[in-house]
Design a protein around this ligand. Structure first.
Ligand code: SF4
Ligand code: SF4
Ligand code: SF4
Ligand code: FES
Length: 353
């Protein structure tokens, strides 16, 4: 299917939206309520475009492409509407970009920058709302919420935990957890999906990420989550070779087993990498106390004990347990050791325990 965007001839697949076609071709169209993993939204009007022969402006995130369509993404009319959207969003709440955890990674800030908005033309005085710090992993700042609905859609439709929803009516409408409880007292399972999709600083992670590290200061390294056999693809963010935070890898998310999502372990359980309590050498017991030993000493000790048990009680007195946290090749090698070297089929795996 062929269409024209900003004078460029574009080829795309039927069923795509204008926003998807534009982004595939490197054309900037902002979006606040739309997120690729959440699908069509059409709530915020940040993405409006002009279409030749169509009255009014259309939401690029919710309008499918048509053959021969002629679209403009940056006419004065489009920019005026976008400016109004951003100014209204910035006029409410308390957007303090200087100290905001999301600064540099905030889609509203980016829109304001692209439109050259230095301060909103309108400002409504509202009393600051207290932070919700009740959760072990997530901080909620209602003052920065733009009610885009991404977190609600993610919690309801992606992870299907059904904790977040819109509550109250009119000006009082807001995102609530369960029956408007603090997040830490709600049924939230701390998957962190809402944080990952939030376009602004209304939902942020606690822990090292809040230790004055800007998102753009970190280096992302893609890894496979070490916690279970699903194989979730994670971006580990580090600064100066120290772990800061992890998030699901969203590049080519359709091809990943986790489809851009994570559970509590992948999201919050990886700071052990820098833990001072982490074992860095084998321990053996001497005089009743565990002390560090060399690998040669530890392996000789274990081999000697396994051999002794086999000689005294037979090979089936031994059992070998392996783990979902190691690779298939390592699991294969361990069962080979059990069967071929020691002669027992007593092999099991932590996923069954
Ligand atoms: S949420 Fe975005 S616009 Fe609001 S203060 Fe933070 S960086 Fe600024
Ligand atoms: S962390 Fe997960 S379960 Fe908790 S509110 Fe966010 S999306 Fe819902
Ligand atoms: S918390 Fe974030 S994702 Fe949820 S509605 Fe507010 S701005 Fe949107
Ligand atoms: S991103 Fe299209 S309407 Fe919000």
């Amino acid at each position: 299917m062929k269409l024209t965007i900003d004078g460029r001839s574009i080829e795309t697949t039927a069923g795509r939206t204008i926003l998807e076609a534009a982004r595939e071709n490197g054309i900037y169209v902002p979006a606040l309520c739309y997120h690729p993993r959440l699908g069509k939204a059409g709530r915020c009007r940040a993405c409006v475009v002009e279409i030749e022969g169509v009255r009014g402006l259309k939401e690029a995130c919710a309008t499918p492409v048509r053959e021969g369509m002629v679209v403009s993404t940056d006419t004065p009319r489009v920019l005026e509407v976008r400016r109004m959207v951003v100014e209204l969003l910035l006029s409410e709440g308390h957007h303090q970009c200087l100290s905001c955890q999301a600064s540099g990674n905030c889609e509203l800030q980016q829109m304001a920058y692209m439109l050259g908005i230095e301060r909103p033309g309108l400002l409504f005085e509202t009393a600051p709302e207290p932070l919700d710090t009740s959760s072990e992993g997530i901080v909620r700042e209602a003052d920065k919420c733009i009610q885009c609905g991404r977190c609600v859609a993610a919690c309801q439709n992606l992870v299907v935990n059904e904790v977040l929803a819109f509550g109250y009516r009119g000006h009082a409408a807001r995102v609530i957890a369960d029956e408007d409880r603090p997040l830490g007292e709600s049924s939230c399972v701390l998957c962190g999906e809402c944080v990952q999709v939030c376009p602004v600083g209304a939902l942020t992670l606690t822990g090292p990420r809040r230790a004055r590290v800007r998102p753009y200061e970190t280096t992302a390294t893609r890894v496979t989550c070490p916690y279970c056999g699903v194989g979730c693809q994670i971006n580990m963010h580090t600064k100066d070779n120290r772990f800061v935070y992890s998030e699901a890898c969203e590049e080519n998310w359709e091809r990943h087993p986790n489809q851009g999502m994570l559970c509590v372990k992948g999201r919050f359980g990886l700071d052990f990498v820098d833990s001072p309590d982490r074992l860095r050498a084998p321990l053996v017991r001497r005089d009743g106390k565990l002390v560090e030993a060399s690998w040669d000493e530890a392996l000789d000790l274990v081999a000697g004990k396994l051999k002794g048990i086999k000689e005294a009680h037979g090979a089936d007195a031994l059992g070998f347990f392996t783990s979902a946290k190691v690779t298939n090749e390592e699991n294969y090698a361990l069962q080979k050791l059990a069967r071929v070297v020691f002669g027992t089929n007593n092999v099991d795996h932590c996923a069954r325990l």
